[in-house]
Design a binder for this molecule. Structure first.
Ligand code: PEP
Ligand code: MN
Length: 292
């Protein structure tokens, strides 16, 4: 490993690599995150209604997604914006899982809700705004569900790995990192997608890394090309927002793909995931126990 990174990340022994070949795979049912397959998690920003969620779940499943995203507890920066359906949203996610077989990822915002959300979700999402909510990190650390940890808006990679270490230190080693864009002086996009974060994290950490091009971009026009870029630089998958009618979405409509945009993105991703497998082949083989 580059000596600069070795020094910079030295404090976080639980999340950094011990040797160049070792990688962790997080199992979600029979889905391997960090394994040879590029994992696509897709769905609406917020769960809004049964019809909206089930139609989206069916569409993304048919196009090749294996995990359904959808926020029930929503971290909205305005008190006047839609705040999410809470428990009713969790129940709809369960219904969508039963109807499609997709696994479910949804955000948990409060330590008090961790047990409840873990009853309904296969992966607990820690949002960008909660990356340094240490009592929440402690609570998900005690849970038995895999955790997807989003990078905070102004967090460095050291900050992100410190929070990952916090979760693992509290007992839960199933942590997935997520690059979702950071705040910079650029205003053409909602956030700045830190594409370099993906190879850096792959070099220093054994944890899987998922890209969220939707929140990075803020505009659906460039979400597909950022997904392709993420796959090409070695991300283990993507988390992407899809809505049956983005113009009517109660949150993040401008960055949500329509069903047909999502299908066409999945088609474009196919050739790229072959490149990813080629670039990361030897490491993946060792991690899955196929090589000695
Ligand atoms: C989301 O996934 O809808 C979300 C709120 O993301 P972030 O925490 O990255 O802003
Ligand atoms: Mn969103």
């Amino acid at each position: 490993m580059n000596p600069h990174w070795k020094r910079q990340f030295a404090e976080f022994g639980l999340v950094t690599k011990t040797d160049d070949e070792c990688r962790s795979i997080v199992m979600v049912g029979d889905i391997e995150i960090g394994g040879p397959e590029f994992v696509v998690m897709a769905g609406p920003c917020s769960v809004e209604s049964e019809k909206q969620l089930l139609s989206t779940a069916e569409a993304v499943s048919r196009a090749g997604a294996v995990i359904l995203r959808g926020g029930a507890f929503k971290p909205r920066s305005s008190p006047y914006a839609f705040q999410g359906l809470g428990l009713e949203g969790l129940k709809l996610l369960k219904k969508a899982r039963e109807a499609t077989g997709l696994a479910v990822i949804t955000e948990v915002m409060s330590p008090d809700d961790v047990d409840l959300v873990a009853e309904y979700a296969d992966i607990l999402q820690i949002g960008a705004r909660s990356m340094e909510n240490f009592s929440l990190l402690e609570a998900v650390g005690r849970s038995h569900r895999p955790v997807l940890l989003k990078r905070g808006l102004c967090a460095t990679l050291v900050d992100l790995l410190r929070s990952a270490q916090f979760i693992i230190e509290n007992g839960n080693s199933d942590v997935i990192l997520c690059e979702r864009g950071i705040r910079t002086f650029e205003t053409a996009t909602r956030n700045t997608f830190d594409i370099a974060a993906i190879p850096v994290l792959n070099a220093v950490s054994h944890l899987p890394i998922i890209a969220d091009p939707s929140h990075a971009a803020g505009y659906s026009d460039i979400v597909p090309i950022l997904s392709v870029a993420a796959a090409a630089v070695g991300a283990d998958g993507i988390l992407v927002e899809v809505h049956p009618a983005p113009e009517k979405a109660l949150s993040d409509g401008g960055q949500s793909l329509t069903f047909s945009e999502f299908r066409s993105m999945m088609y474009d991703l196919e050739s790229c995931t072959a490149l990813r497998a080629h670039l990361r082949g030897p490491q993946l083989l060792v991690a899955s126990g196929d090589a000695d």
